[in-house]
Design a protein around this ligand. Structure first.
Ligand code: S3P
Length: 198
C-alpha cells in the first residue's frame, strides 16, 4: 500500500493517532517487523524494532543476552526499552514475541499506544521461523511442539490487543493494507465516541 505523505487518509489517520505509538505484538514469525516496517513507510512514521533497540543498548545480540544473563534479565530490559519507546510517542514499534506477556508492558502499551496482534497459524509461523535459527526459545528438540505450546500459552493474552489481523500466507502489501484499514476504522470509531460523549 502506498500512501503519499500528503494523502488525506494518511494525514487523517496520523492526526487522529496523536502522540500514540502503534505497537505490533504476536509470536515469532508473525511478521511484526516486516509488516511494521511497511506500515511505517506507508504512514511516513518512524519505525523501531524493540529487539534491535535492545541489542543496540546492550551491545549484545538477543541470543547472547539469553545466554549470558538469562531470560529474566532480557525480559526486564525488554520492558524498559518498550516503555521508553512508547512514551516517546508516535511511531511504529515491533516487539519481540514475549513482550506483551508482561502485564506492566501491556499496561504501558494500553496507555500510550494502539496495539495490533498479528495472528498466524502454526504452519505459517514454522515456515517463517525455519529460515532463521537465531531464536533462543526455539532451540529445543521439537521446535514445532514448542511453538504450539507458546500459541496455547500466549494467544489468550495477545487477544487483549486493540486490533487483531490475520497474518497469513498472503502478500505483505495485502496484510499492510488490512492493518491500515483496521487502524483507520478503530481511530474513526474512537473519535466518534469521544465526540458523542462531549
Ligand atoms: C521471543 C521472541 C523474539 C525475541 C526473543 C524472545 C519470544 O522476538 O524477543 O527471542 O519470547 O517469543 P521475535 O518475536 O521478533 O522473533
Amino acid at each position: 500500500m502506498t500512501l503519499s505523505a500528503e494523502s488525506p487518509l494518511r494525514n487523517q489517520l496520523v492526526s487522529r493517532l496523536g502522540s500514540r505509538a502503534i505497537v505490533f505484538v504476536g509470536l515469532m514469525g508473525a511478521g511484526k517487523t516486516s509488516i511494521g516496517r511497511r506500515v511505517a513507510q506507508a504512514l511516513d512514521l518512524p519505525f523501531v524494532d524493540s529487539d534491535h533497540e535492545i541489542e543496540t543498548v546492550s551491545r549484545l545480540t538477543v541470543p547472547e543476552l539469553f545466554e549470558r544473563y538469562g531470560e529474566p534479565e532480557f525480559r526486564a530490559l525488554e520492558h524498559r526499552v518498550i516503555e521508553r519507546l512508547v512514551r516517546e510517542g508516535a511511531g511504529i514499534v515491533s516487539t519481540g514475541g514475549g513482550a506483551f506477556m508482561n502485564a506492566q508492558t501491556r499496561a504501558v502499551v494500553a496507555e500510550h499506544a494502539i496495539s495490533v496482534w498479528l495472528k498466524a497459524d502454526l504452519d505459517v509461523l514454522m515456515e517463517r521461523v525455519s529460515k532463521k535459527q537465531t531464536r533462543p526459545l526455539l532451540k529445543t528438540a521439537d521446535p514445532r511442539a514448542t511453538m504450539a505450546k507458546l500459541m496455547d500459552d500466549r494467544y489468550p493474552t495477545y487477544a487483549q490487543a486493540d486490533l487483531t489481523i490475520e497474518s497469513r500466507d498472503e502478500k505483505r502489501e495485502v496484510i499492510t493494507a488490512e492493518v491500515i484499514e483496521a487502524l483507520d476504522r478503530y481511530l474513526d470509531l474512537a473519535t466518534r465516541r469521544t465526540a458523542s460523549a462531549s
